[in-house]
Design a protein around this ligand. Structure first.
Ligand code: PMP
Length: 287
């Protein structure tokens, strides 16, 4: 059975799913998105992603295209029609279609909504997590509103490409003060040389990762020492462990930064345990 996409109220074969050429998402990146991990066909961290979607839309004065309840039903129907149990669902909401101009059109538009569902191989994912991944640092060059989850991802795409060319899985942006902000599609963490967990605070220009948020709650529950405080690439290399979080990577150990090993150069016990705890929690709370 082929993949099914959702486009503006209709489920259509993925290969026939198209949007208008004057969709403001296409022309101006005037659109936001969310990605939910799927465990056994259920949405992980559902509430958090909905709350961030509403916030991103609010910051851009784009109305919610439908209620949370209706959106949940459509998302779940998209998952069902694709028969995906393990994977992710992508939702994009653009301001809508209008003749090209920069300012928002004065007449309210109907937001354009699309959804796609992807399968992931969780066995391959676990093997990758057991080996760990490498990251490459790149200068921070994004706009100042990385807290809004917009589809304006060109700096992220360029950073990922650079990482890929260097044989790394993720890129870490480093700001003018020399501190890591976050990954191109994940939040960045270390277990520092004192054994304290550290990740950038959300007053910085970063996306408020939902996986990050849930993991902070787990860390609190487990009574592990944690600081929402910046770290440099040198501190990451000198750290005991490093890892990234995101709806795609979940909790993924980082074993090298810029080609230099972190800790023992293999996934550490804290990241490995937090990955297990996160997956357990996400599965139990998925809807
Ligand atoms: N930062 C960026 C730039 C991202 O694209 C993502 C993934 N969407 C994250 C962080 C992680 O966010 P989440 O845990 O909500 O997937």
């Amino acid at each position: 059975m082929g993949r099914i996409a959702y486009v503006n109220g209709r489920f259509v074969p993925h290969s026939e799913a198209v949007v208008h050429i004057e969709d403001r998402g296409y022309q101006l990146a005037d659109a936001v998105y969310e990605v939910w991990a799927l465990f056994d066909g259920k949405l992980a961290d559902a509430e958090g992603h909905f709350a961030r979607l509403e916030r991103s839309l609010g910051e851009l004065s784009i109305p919610m295209p439908m209620t949370r309840v209706a959106l949940t039903l459509v998302l779940k129907e998209a998952v069902r029609r694709n028969r995906v149990r393990e994977g992710s669902i992508y939702l994009q909401v653009s301001r809508g279609v209008a003749p090209r101009q920069h300012a928002y059109p004065s007449d309210p538009l109907r937001p354009a909504v699309i959804m796609t569902v992807s399968r992931v191989d969780r066995v391959a994912d676990e093997l990758r997590a057991a080996k760990g991944v490498s990251v490459l640092t790149v200068p921070e060059n994004r706009w100042g509103r990385a807290d809004i989850k917009t589809v304006g991802l060109l700096p992220n795409a360029m950073a990922k490409q650079k990482a890929k060319e260097a044989g790394a899985m993720e890129a870490w942006f480093v700001d003018d003060l020399g501190f890591v902000t976050e990954g191109a599609s994940s939040n960045a963490w270390i277990v520092d040389s004192d054994g304290r967990l550290r990740t950038r605070d959300t007053n910085a220009n970063i996306l408020r990762g939902i996986t990050r948020h849930t993991l902070l709650k787990i860390i609190g529950r487990e009574d592990l020492p944690v600081d929402e405080r910046p770290f440099t690439p040198a501190e990451a290399i000198a750290a005991k462990e490093a890892f990234i979080t995101g709806a795609g990577s979940l909790v993924l150990p980082v074993i090298a930064v810029d080609g230099k090993p972190v800790g023992e150069g293999s996934p550490g016990p804290v990241a490995t345990r937090l990955r297990r705890l996160y997956i357990e929690q996400a599965k139990a709370a998925a809807i």
